[in-house]
Write a protein of this length. Structure first.
Lengths: 219, 219
């Protein structure tokens, strides 16, 4: 049975999936010279127990060797394939404000195979200017562009007020995956994948930990 | 026993904590007129089972009423207090590039009590200009500023090359919580809380789901 078939059959828990980028990042950062890694080492680096590591990685077939650990290259390539990083993805970015500019200029996306093909905005003063080597297009031309150039992922960095309308247009134009930065929970059809980055959530995690630490200290 | 003491004693699993912002966001978005909500309703809205909801919320004391559900106000205020949102936090932002500008202009932070007090940059062309109502300061004055104005949280939006040095300076200046956007795993002292937003991880979640969906369709 291939890994993909195995995965489809058994399903990988969402928690495990959410930790794959962390594994991938850590393994990518290791020296080329390091051939193997133990679950204990991985656990220490990623703040998890060795047992958690072994449990997570067991979903991807038994390629760890008892008393040896994992082969770094094999593990990295395997996780890369599971994450779908063995191909390129074409992206459109809608909203060339500060956040859109930051995303368009972020160096690591291209390195991982996420290529921004076109940038759209509604502001006449912005349309026609350059951003990250691309000429910003009018949002009026979005459907024409996507019909001629089908893309994999749309990134929404518009103001909150515009995001649902933009999302609806993108979905009608056939985009099947959306990365939303606007602080609004978007409604999408069932066959569209939505990833929402809530920037405020990170601050709430910080405030929780600050409050918790102070409580402990004062006890 | 107070809730805080109870929490300290028993500990809340990290998974539950990571879901609190989601609960808080959803409850905050409900109409003022809605007085109660059942675990089934919450579960449906948040894509969780009613049992998961009841299990999560049981960590915060038994304020759900059998056959009635939860009082929206009570639940929201409770989660707000646990998240530490019953006070204000002062922030400094280091790095007034695109991402820094996006963060400084993001309206929801101030609304939740996270107030950016000062913005620093190293670029002489940027220093002295205005951003989000503040005059951008020279990074050379960081320590002086923090000594005169102790702050709760530092947000790092510098380029990768500068982020560890900035982080070290911030920690020496007494900041105890850092929100890092630079694509580098920062080293911090044990008593400093670090929240790292990895923008690439969201794309990896999308590529995983795209790959997975396509595999399912082609089977």
């Amino acid at each position: 049975m291939t890994i993909r078939k195995q995965r489809r059959k058994e399903g990988i828990p969402r928690g495990v999936i959410s930790r794959l980028p962390k594994y991938y990042r850590y393994l990518s950062g290791l020296s080329q010279a390091q051939e193997k890694i133990s679950s204990a080492e991985l656990g220490k680096a990623l703040n998890m127990t060795a047992a958690q590591i072994r449990s997570d990685l067991s979903y991807f077939g038994s390629f760890g060797l008892h008393g040896y650990g994992y082969r770094v290259d094999e593990l990295k390539n395997h996780i890369s394939a599971i994450l779908g990083l063995d191909r390129e993805y074409s992206l459109v970015l809608i909203g060339a404000g500060n956040l859109g500019r930051a995303i368009a200029s972020y160096p690591n996306f291209r390195k991982r195979g996420f290529i921004i093909k076109a940038i759209f905005d509604a502001d006449p003063e912005v349309i026609g200017t350059e951003l990250a080597g691309l000429t910003i297009r009018s949002i009026d031309t979005l459907e024409d562009y996507l019909q001629a150039n089908p893309c994999d992922i749309a990134v929404i960095t518009t103001p909150k007020e515009a995001s649902q309308a933009v999302c609806d247009r993108i979905c009608r134009a056939g985009i099947k995956a959306i990365w939303n930065f606007s602080p609004l929970d978007l409604r999408v059809p069932n066959d569209v994948i939505l990833e929402h980055t809530h920037l405020t959530d990170s601050l709430l995690q910080l405030s929780f930990q600050i409050t918790n630490n102070e409580t402990e200290k004062s006890s």
